[in-house]
Ligand binder design. Structure first.
Ligand code: COS
Length: 386
């Protein structure tokens, strides 16, 4: 077993096979595209159907809806493998699965599952999640995007922000408020096609990292939805959002583990190739200290992440564990990527080497699907409740 696998958990034969398949795909088909994806802000559309065929786009979806019916643990390992090759590709998959497919699976009617899941699971359709707004991020209950019921129709007006996959998505899980004064008790969730009249996509955001994962705003102007679009019950949308984000945080934690692993992989190789003072820099103690700190945190992050996934698979409460995994893994990704740049010296600061990309890619994991500050609130809140 190599350091890349880590020591955490005995994996079933099936999960090991899935990890191997994901690793082969990531190394052979994703890694060679990673620099182009980053530098040209290139959305790797050719990878999506391939990942659909491998079961990555409907990882936990039951086979009756065209999915791969995998465990959360297997899903986490797929996201980690993809992230170790290309962080952009991993979040395209993770946002699609965790934030669009999962709430449809968990809260959707039979009709909605039949309508949306087969296309999403095959990769012929891409999903997104519209919760944040220009003035609403961490304070997720203070939505201003409004929904008004008129007979059997729901009319939506407002703007949603930071929509991962937004520029290319086909299906959206949307949150809007029926009563802004009611806070979280006014929120209703919907699932709908993005081809509906009245929806406009904003400009593609020019981001620091994960540059191949396209992000935009979505503006709704008198968009007509019906009961068929209601995801869960009216006014129960905040629960849909929070439940979805609890799961999403395990996905982001897996992405962060993958990025940290990539930073270590590249720094380790560089430290063997680069010589100073007459020997490879990996023979200097200061570099060894960095490498040791990196692997400890990578393994610990994976351990926390798979522990949260295991609890989810077992049907146990995993809110605190998911927040802990995301918090620790995302801070690990930033720290490992930063050390990776330091080990590369000047070569870490230029785009000829992937070290600087890992640092730019890592930063977002401390921000999206709940900032580190929000994760600490969730963790402390759960302690105080006990
Ligand atoms: N999982 C399930 N339910 C949750 C929850 C969680 N993690 N956090 C809160 N809830 C429930 C509470 O139990 C409560 O429901 P009941 O009244 O039925 O018990 C309800 O939600 C409101 O809880 P609370 O009053 O704590 O909500 P707040 O408005 O204070 O918000 C935080 C709580 C800050 C934790 C929440 O807004 C949050 O997670 N914000 C981050 C949002 C985010 O991740 N945005 C990124 C978007 S994706 S890029």
């Amino acid at each position: 077993m190599s350091w890349v696998d880590g020591f955490a958990f005995e994996l079933s034969e099936e999960v090991q096979m899935i990890r191997e398949a994901a690793r082969s795909f990531a190394e052979e088909q994703v890694l060679p595209l990673a620099a182009k994806i980053d530098q040209e802000h290139y959305f790797p559309s050719e990878l999506v159907p391939k990942m659909g065929a491998l079961g990555f786009m409907g990882a936990t979806v039951p086979s009756e809806y065209g999915g791969a019916e995998l465990s959360q643990m297997a899903y986490c390992l797929i996201v980690e493998e993809l992230a170790a090759a290309c962080a952009s590709t991993s979040i395209i998959v993770s946002a699609h699965n965790s934030l669009c497919v999962s709430p449809i699976l968990e809260f959707g009617s039979e009709e909605q599952k039949k309508t949306y899941l087969p296309g999403l699971a095959s990769g012929s359709k891409l999903g997104c999640f519209a919760l944040s707004e220009p003035g609403t991020g961490s304070d997720a209950a203070s939505l201003t995007c409004s929904v008004t019921r008129k007979g059997d129709e729901y009319i939506v007006n407002g703007t949603k922000n930071w929509i991962t996959n937004g520029p290319v998505a086909d299906v959206c899980v949307l949150f809007a408020t029926q009563d802004p004064k009611a806070g979280y008790k006014g929120v209703t969730a919907f699932v709908h096609d993005l081809s509906l009249p009245g929806i406009t996509r904003g400009k593609k955001e020019n981001k620091l990292g994960i540059c191949g994962s396209p992000t935009c705003s979505l503006t709704y102007t008198d968009v007509k939805l019906t009961k068929a679009n209601l995801l869960g019950a009216e006014l129960k949308g905040f629960n849909v959002a929070m439940t979805t984000l609890n799961g999403g945080r395990i996905g982001v934690a897996s992405q962060a583990v993958g990025i940290a692993r990539a930073a270590l992989r590249d720094a380790l190789q560089y430290s063997k190739d680069r010589k100073t003072f007459g020997k490879p820099i990996c023979e200097h103690q200061s570099i060894q200290n960095y490498l040791a700190d990196m692997i400890v945190r990578v393994d610990a992050s994976r351990y926390l992440t798979l522990a949260a996934a295991k609890r989810k698979d077992a049907g146990l409460n995993f809110i605190r564990e998911a927040a802990m995994a995301k918090l620790f893994a995302s801070e690990t990704a930033v720290e490992a990527a930063n050390k990776g740049v330091q080990i590369h010296g000047g070569y870490g600061y230029v785009k000829d080497f992937p070290a600087e990309r890992h640092l730019r890619d890592a930063k977002i994991t401390e921000i999206y699907e709940g900032t580190s500050e929000i994760q600490r609130l969730v963790i402390a809140g759960s302690l105080l409740k006990e």
